[in-house]
Design a protein around this ligand. Structure first.
Ligand SMILES: C[S@@+](CC[C@H](N)C(=O)[O-])C[C@H]1O[C@@H](n2cnc3c(N)ncnc32)[C@H](O)[C@@H]1O
Length: 246
């Protein structure tokens, strides 16, 4: 089994009101975290009469959160006229991918997704290239080759060393003047009441990472901080951090 059943049970307790469940992963690697079952989530969205984006926004965050986040990201990123290549880690349902593709029309949109059941849906998006996802690296992507590399609601779940490894990879693949964007649970997301609720719920779903430490570490890798935007998360919020490569 790829994830301890206690951890999966904890996630499913949080998700129970939404009538979806995480799937058992297909890997023993602790870096590869489970996500919603594609089949069950699509069926639940259909039953609710909602688009997949609206369905996921409604249960995990707030209505309109995906669109607001992409707008904030693109405003901060200011990618210019022609976007050649974008890379996304852990796109899942593709709710962010679809919006970024529609707004920027990249020639190529690379994805690294460890959950195979979402791939047929992702492959149907324009110009998507499915890269081999080993759960740790962007090994099929060349150095300094992408205009934007991003991840949403991925680093909130992954072990610290996996996140930091991915950040090093993002710094490697982004081209000069390109943009790196991702959200984390930073210290700015953890007020006293949120922290107390997490403690009393006993959920071990999310991990915190220091924003100032991240900004300093990425600055050493020629990534200058552009700004941030708060994003709703079930039971709290994340902070989307956006950087430009010098
Ligand atoms: C919480 S979901 C977020 C999905 C999507 N970005 C969104 O916000 O709707 C986390 C995603 O990351 C994927 N994932 C989990 N571990 C991963 C890893 N080590 N590398 C790449 N993707 C991973 C999961 O399969 C899932 O699609």
């Amino acid at each position: 089994m790829s994830i301890p059943s206690t951890a999966r049970d904890g996630v499913n307790r949080v998700l129970r009101p939404f009538n979806v469940r995480v799937v058992r992963g297909q890997s023993d690697d602790p870096a590869i975290k489970p996500f919603l079952s594609a089949r069950r989530t699509l069926a639940a969205a259909r039953r609710a009469g909602l688009s997949l984006e609206d369905y996921i926004d409604n249960y995990s965050a707030a209505p309109g959160a995906t669109a607001e986040t992409v707008d904030a990201l693109l405003r901060l990123a200011d990618l210019g006229e022609h976007v050649e290549r974008v890379c996304e880690i852990g796109p899942g349902s593709g709710r962010y991918s679809a919006r970024v593709i529609a707004a920027t029309h990249p020639d190529t949109y690379e994805i690294y997704e460890t959950a195979g059941d979402w791939l047929p849906r992702l492959k149907a998006l324009p110009n998507v290239v499915v890269q081999p996802a080993d759960g740790h690296t962007l090994s099929a992507t060349a150095d300094k080759s992408v205009d934007l590399v991003h991840a949403h609601k991925v680093f909130v779940y992954l072990p610290l060393v996996v996140t930091v490894g991915y950040l090093d990879e993002m710094a490697r693949v982004v081209r000069p003047k390109g943009v790196v964007a991702f959200d984390v649970v930073s210290e700015n997301c953890l007020d006293d009441s949120t922290t107390s609720e997490w403690v009393s719920s006993g959920s071990t779903l999310y991990s915190m990472i220091s924003r100032s430490w991240l900004v300093d570490r990425l600055a050493e890798r020629q990534l200058s901080f552009l700004g941030s935007h708060f994003v709703p998360l079930s039971g709290g919020r994340t902070e989307l951090l956006v950087f430009r490569r010098d």
